[in-house]
Design a protein around this ligand. Sequence first.
Ligand code: KG4
Ligand code: ZN
Length: 362
Amino acid sequence: MIVLGIETSCDETAAAVVSDCDAEGRVRLPGERILGQVVLSQIEEHRAFGGVVPEVAARAHLEHTDRIVGEAMARAGIGYADLDAVAATGGPGLIGGVIVGVMTGKAIALAHDLPFVAVNHLEGHALSARLSNDVPFPYLLLLVSGGHCQLLVVEDVGRYRRLGTTIDDALGEAFDKTAKMLGLGYPGGPAVEQAAAMGDPTRFSLPRPMKGREGCHFSFSGLKTAVRQAIESFPPGPLTQQDAADICAAFHDAVTDVLDDRVSRALQIFRDLYPEGGPLVVAGGVAANKAIRARLESVAARAGTTLIAPPIELCTDNGAMIAWAGIERRRAGQCDGLDFAPRPRWPLDPDAPKASFAGVKA
Ligand code: KG4
Ligand code: ZN
């Protein structure tokens, strides 16, 4: 099967052509599956605003999607007639961008008489470890990005059990807001990680929200407030590089401690559900963070399992994960009609119990 995947739900315009078997029907190894891919980041468009502006993102997707799809097809060296299906992110995400990707995908499907698959963006992240590492079901997924922070048991294609979610901010958002308060620029994650490496984590004591609590939900808004208070403890004006680095190091320490606690609990719940176990998989842009990866490796080892982290370019938003999810859904005999309506919200596990703590509901 050869599938084109289109991703436009946030601030990356991305497209890729992915195939599971070659022309002779031989199963492709993970490294041979992506025939061509292009990711166009909108970081420059949003930098002046310190975050993603939905209207700016939608216009940029509109301007670039056709060209990016054409480039991905050219890199793969195939024509539309060679495709078996077209997949596009159908949500959740910034609706303007999702509409652009879905309409582009539908138009190609209609013009070339191909099946159209509307992929849940979270499913794209959830299945990307099967594209890169052939991970068998079931596994525990920690999805940590700018918009999401979830712990999910990935049981099968289309079968996800949400164990934990954030009751307020996503982890990437906490990184981005911390960077913004410290004037470290956008996107914040890499800047905070870099600064933290030069800081003293013991100088500021920051809270570990939800640590020790039952279950495995997350909360990061209190940590963000604590960072703001630490900044406000200085006289007005810019902080020195060392002060900012010390705050970042303390933030990093708090985040890795919280992840250790929450993911350890999730692994216990996962093991109760599936005594034969399975690996821990991490996905989403925050998975690029080396300290977080290292801590998750030790969490997995303590629980007697392994951490699987797809390569960074598959952890952040990309078209290949959407094409791959399209392949998996087509193999399961699924596709969508051209009447599919883009969805700003689209939970992977609609039956998951709501997270509610201290009167806060999510
Ligand atoms: O998955 P992604 O590319 O887009 C979303 O779907 O949100 O994730 C972007 C997020 C941003 O919040 C960014 O600051 C964060 O991932 N991020 C990092 C690092 N690199 C990117 N966070 C922590 N450490 C990093 N090295
Ligand atoms: Zn994403």
